[in-house]
Each structure stands twice: as structure tokens, then as C-alpha cells.
Design a protein around this ligand. Structure first.
Ligand code: F6R
Length: 607
């Protein structure tokens, strides 16, 4: 993953690059660096740790420059450290920042080993030396960059500067995103337009294989065949609802949890309103596709994968057979495609490398069509799909996904309703009406926070927790376990209740909290039976249950949190909210880094 920012300007761009890096920290935050050219001198400043450590160092060293590149890293090759941080320089002439993985770096490194001293353990440093190797022969910066990138195998987004060409920068993108930001008398590049919003609203999204030359006055783009090309300029009018400020909350994640009523209202707008499904914003060709679909293949990663698992229950209720698979598994096997199968990718960022690669693979297979459910309109996934349903959650900054997940569930249910309508399968009025109630219902559940804090205190010292659920509450258990492990580093497992007796029951003792999510109705009753089995073996139960579930049989030594009456259709969307709060409060008590958990990054743009 990693985040890149760069620019060529008249003014000192160090503050612009550092602000850009802060905005890109969601892509990685284990080390950072900046390379600036000032009066034909190349200054490099790097630091292990977050961007603020680098910012303090830059301020203290007073380095400045009007051409520069910067990087925030998520380690792939080599541990997080100053020496492995980017930019990587070659002979104090070339400096480069890179996002991605170069598959043939060892081969190139071996070739250059006698000519250059390698100072880092990264694959990226190899590219800097390779560019320098060609540059030393011709003194032609452009030709050297072109020659070097023609040798690279793998995925990359990179930006490179040369001390002797201080008014010029090259940027290349293959399998990793890069945008060109157009200013007045200055131009920029970045991994994400968000990094550059303080300086421009006009962007060009580089396409796969593009190379761009950037200077103050102009920029030129060549396509993957080396042909000079024009790319459409896109304007971003608004910065989005989450504009980087915590708005009084202690953490972005807390803010994002509390934003859920409003982002779900936004996600429903023009789709489900006053008990009616609205299709005016949906392309007629897409509705035709839904009518023809007999099977659905969902691909996603992490939290988005859990959203897909929840959707499978709803879609199969409608008679649409649905398969859900993590993208990284879908990629490396033979895939049999069912007749009239619709391919759906789900992603918050729209930049997840595994999901993008799965889509690219699927496009070569005989699917009926390609839909993405995504939170970022200008993302690579949206651009690569034929149809998109956007989640409108606003920018999600906390690394642990919350509002994007509930918005995905809403869009997936809307999709299920569109399919029902297209196939003329009746939908109960009460089902449609339930969606309008979600914002108010979530507000009600957020008020349980004080009780949830007490539960967090009960589990904060556990070494391991088990999450249980049945039906669509099972993927909610998976998501709740993921939230807890990401935020608190407590080991957490999730099981469908019925599986307990097939092995995991052996883990039960009084030290391991067993957290169950129980919906009303028959499935809830079955879950309660399984919980009695846990209780009979001395297990410690924490039950999040619809108030209609009879929990009187749960002993007083255990905890029951009543979720009130949650309408069946929206139970998955509602029930995850208290569990997000549980993970958040537990992390608060443990003092972990809530918005940026260790070893993780928000956008996983490497395989
Ligand atoms: C967990 C989390 C990750 C992401 C996953 C996919 O809280 O955020 O598991 O869900 O990396 O990311 P997207 O949805 O951007 O494709």
C-alpha cells in the first residue's frame, strides 16, 4: 500500500507534501520521508513512525524545496525503520518513492550489485538505482525512467525526481493508483486525490500503465504503449463530510460509529423512501441485467467480505443462489462460472489490490456483468466495473471499518430488492418500511454506550474471546470478532453456533468470554440452546439479544444486553453497532491506537 505525494511548484512545497502525507496515513503509517530539491541539491529527510515524527524532523532541519516527493509506508520488504523508509536515493542524484511490489527486484539487484551500494532491504531502492544506471549513461532523465520501468515486473505507483532536472518529475502507475493534481503554475501527484484537496480540485486519474511527466507549467501523459495521450480532467467539488476533523469526538472511529444514522439516511436517499423502492437513478440496462441474473458471485476482503456473507442470506431467501469468497482465494484457483452469473465486488476504498485483481480475472470469464458496491466514486474498482452502487458513507478514516460496513449492508439489501422487483417477486411492505427506521434505530442503540462500557471492562483482560451467531448473525459475529482483534489485539474467533459441538466447545472455560448475538424467532431459540451448552460447561456468556428472546435461563453470573425490539430484516445492520462500540470501548480501556492499529493500513493496495 503506502501513500505517495509529490509536486513541482514555485513555492516551498514541504508543507503541502507533509499535509498530503497526513491525509494518506490511512494507507500506511510505519515510517515516512520526504525528498526535496532546492538549488540543485537533493535533501532527504526520513523518520520511523508516524508522519508527525517526520513533520517535526522537517521543521527542525528547515529543509525546503519547490520540487519534491514524499511517502508514508506500510512495510512489505524490510522492517519498518528509517533506512527502509522512502524516498530511496541513488548517488545523491535520483530520488524515488514507490507503492507496490516489484516481483523481479532480486534479479535487478543482482545485476546492479557491483555498481551500487544498497542501503535498505526494500524492493523500491532497486528502482532508484536502475533509473540512475540508465541516467548515468545518457544524462537523459526521461529516457532513463522509461527504460527502467520497462524492466519492472509487478505492481507499482512511483514518483521520481532528479537533482539535475529540478523542474521535472516523472510518475508511473501500474496496478496501483496515482492521480495528477492540476494547480495554477504547479502540478502534483498523489496516491489519492484526498491528499491534494488543500491545493487543487482538478485531477487526472492515471490509467494502468500510464507514465506522466510533470513540471510547473505543463504535464504530459503516455499510455502503456508509450503513446502520448489525453486523459479526462475530473473535478472534485466537495471535500466530503468527513473532512479530516474529528468534530469533537476522541477518535475518527468513534465519530464514524456515531455518523451511522446520517450516512445510512444518505445511502437510502433516492433508493428506499416512505415504504417504496425507487429506481429512477438506476440505469435501465442494469435492471435488465438483474432480471436475467440467476446466480451471484460476490468477491471482497475483510469487513467487506463479511457484508457479502450477510447478503448471501437475503439473496438466497429470494431464490438467487449466491457464492461469497475472499478475493485472494478467488484469484488463485480455477473458477467455474454458473450460467447468467452476476459478478459483484464489494469494497470501501475501491483500491484493494486483491479485489481489483479478482475483478480483472473475472472480466476474462463469462459473467453476465460486473457490479461494484463501493464507497469511493472515483476509485479504481468503480472505474473498472460496468455498474456501481455507491455506499455514500463519506470518507472513512479509522482503519477499522464501521460506517462503510453498515452502508454496504443497506446497499446490498437495496440490490436484493431491485432483483425482487426485476423478477417480479413480491416484497413485503413491512420489509421496505423497516429500512426507513434504521437511522432512528441506530441512534437508539448508540444510547447503550454506558452499558457497553461496563461489558468492555469485563473482557478487556481476556486473552481470547469467542463470538457466536446463527443465520445472518453469524457473519455479524465474524465482523464483531474482527473489530475486537484489530482494535485490542485480543485473539477473537467466530463460529456459527451449530459448529460449537464439532470442536470449539473444547475451548470453553471460565476465562474466555463467549459473546453471542441473538435475533428473535426460531434461530434465536436455537442459539439460546447452544448457549445453554456453553453455560453447562462453565463458560462465561455475554449475550447481545433482541428483547423478544427469552434470556431468563442465562445465569446471573453472565451478562445480557437487551437490544430492544429489532425488526428481523434489519437485525444484522442494527446488531453490529453495539459490537463496534464494544471493540472501541475495550480499546480505549487498553490504551491501544484506535484509529491506526499496529501492523495495519486502511487501504490494502498490495497483494
Ligand atoms: C477491517 C477492515 C478491512 C477491510 C479490507 C477491505 O476493519 O477495514 O478488513 O474491510 O481491507 O477493504 P476495502 O473494503 O477497502 O476493499
Amino acid at each position: 500500500m503506502c501513500g505517495i505525494v509529490g509536486g513541482v511548484a514555485e513555492r516551498n512545497i514541504a508543507p503541502i507534501l507533509l499535509e498530503g502525507l497526513k491525509r494518506l496515513e490511512y494507507r500506511g503509517y510505519d515510517s515516512a520521508g520526504v525528498g526535496l530539491i532546492e538549488k540543485n541539491t537533493l535533501h532527504i529527510c526520513k523518520a520511523a513512525g508516524k508522519v508527525q515524527v517526520l513533520a517535526d524532523k522537517v521543521k527542525a532541519s528547515k529543509v525546503r524545496g519547490s520540487t519534491g516527493i514524499a511517502h508514508t509506508r506500510w512495510a512489505t520488504h524490510g522492517i519498518p525503520s528509517e533506512k527502509n523508509a522512502h524516498p530511496h536515493a541513488s548517488s545523491e542524484e535520483i530520488a524515488l518513492v514507490h507503492n507496490g511490489i516489484i516481483e523481479n527486484y532480486l534479479e535487478i539487484k543482482a545485476e546492479l550489485a557491483s555498481k551500487y551500494e544498497f542501503k535498505s532491504d526494500t524492493d523500491s531502492e532497486v528502482i532508484a538505482h536502475l533509473i540512475h544506471f540508465y541516467y548515468a549513461q545518457s544524462q537523459d532523465f526521461a529516457a532513463a525512467v522509461k527504460q527502467a520501468i520497462s524492466r519492472l515486473k509487478g505492481a507499482y505507483a512511483l514518483a521520481v525526481i532528479c537533482r539535475n532536472n529540478p523542474r521535472q518529475m516523472f510518475a508511473a502507475s501500474r496496478g496501483a493508483p496515482l492521480v495528477v493534481g492540476i494547480g495554477i503554475g504547479e502540478h502534483f501527484v498523489a496516491s489519492d486525490s484526498f491528499a491534494l484537496l488543500p491545493v487543487t480540485r482538478q485531477f487526472i486519474y492515471l490509467e494502468d500503465g500510464d507514465l506522466a511527466e510533470i513540471s510547473r507549467e505543463y504535464f504530459t501523459i503516455w499510455d502503456k504503449n508509450g503513446k502520448e495521450t489525453e486523459r479526462q480532467v475530473q473535478e472534485i467539488l466537495q471535500e466530503g463530510s468527513t473532512d479530516g476533523a474529528k468534530a469533537g469526538y476522541s477518535h475518527f472511529m468513534q465519530k464514524e460509529i456515531y455518523e451511522q444514522p446520517s450516512v445510512i439516511a444518505a445511502t437510502l436517499e433516492g433508493r428506499i423512501h416512505a415504504g417504496e423502492i425507487q429506481t429512477t437513478s438506476i440505469a435501465p440496462q442494469f435492471l435488465e441485467r438483474l432480471k436475467a441474473a440467476e446466480h451471484i458471485q460476490i468477491i471482497a476482503c475483510g469487513t467487506s467480505y463479511h457484508a457479502g456473507l450477510v447478503a448471501k442470506y437475503r439473496l438466497e431467501e429470494l431464490g438467487i443462489s449466491t457464492a461469497v469468497e475472499v478475493a485472494s482465494e478467488y484469484l488463485y484457483r480455477q473458477n467455474a462460472v454458473a450460467k447468467n452469473s452476476l459478478f459483484i465486488s464489494i469494497s470501501q476504498s475501491g483500491e484493494t489490490a486483491d479485489t481489483l485483481a479478482a475483478l480483472e480475472k473475472a472480466k476474462k470469464l463469462p459473467y453476465l456483468d460486473y457490479l461494484t458496491i463501493c464507497n469511493v466514486a472515483e476509485s479504481a474498482l468503480v472505474r473498472a466495473s460496468n455498474f456501481a452502487l455507491l455506499t455514500r458513507a463519506g470518507r472513512e478514516i479509522g482503519v477499522a471499518s464501521t460506517k462503510a460496513f453498515t452502508s454496504q449492508l443497506v446497499v446490498l439489501d437495496f440490490l436484493a430488492m431491485l432483483i425482487s422487483q426485476a423478477k417480479k417477486t413480491p416484497i413485503k411492505n413491512s420489509t421496505i418500511t423497516a429500512y426507513g427506521n434504521i437511522p432512528a434505530e441506530i441512534k437508539r442503540l448508540l444510547e447503550l454506550n454506558e452499558e457497553i462500557k461496563k461489558i468492555a471492562n469485563e473482557i478487556k483482560d481476556a486473552k481470547s474471546c469467542m463470538f457466536l451467531g446463527r443465520g445472518a448473525a453469524y457473519p455479524i459475529a465474524c465482523e464483531a470478532a474482527l473489530k475486537l482483534k484489530e482494535l485490542t489485539y485480543i485473539h477473537a474467533e467466530s463460529y456459527p453456533c451449530g459448529e460449537l459441538k464439532h470442536g470449539p466447545l473444547a475451548l470453553i472455560d471460565k476465562t474466555m468470554p463467549v459473546i453471542a448475538i441473538v435475533q428473535a424467532g426460531e434461530l434465536g431459540e436455537k442459539t439460546m440452546n447452544n448457549l445453554h451448552e456453553v453455560q453447562a460447561r462453565g463458560g462465561r456468556l455475554i449475550v447481545f439479544a433482541d428483547s423478544r428472546v427469552n434470556t431468563n435461563t442465562i445465569g446471573e453470573e453472565n451478562i445480557v444486553l437487551s437490544l430492544g425490539v429489532c425488526q428481523e430484516e434489519i437485525f444484522p445492520i442494527l446488531s453490529i453497532v453495539p459490537l463496534q462500540l464494544l471493540a472501541y470501548n475495550c480499546a480505549l480501556l487498553k490504551g491501544t491506537d484506535i484509529d491506526q492499529p499496529r501492523n495495519l493500513a486502511k487501504s490494502v493496495t498490495v497483494e
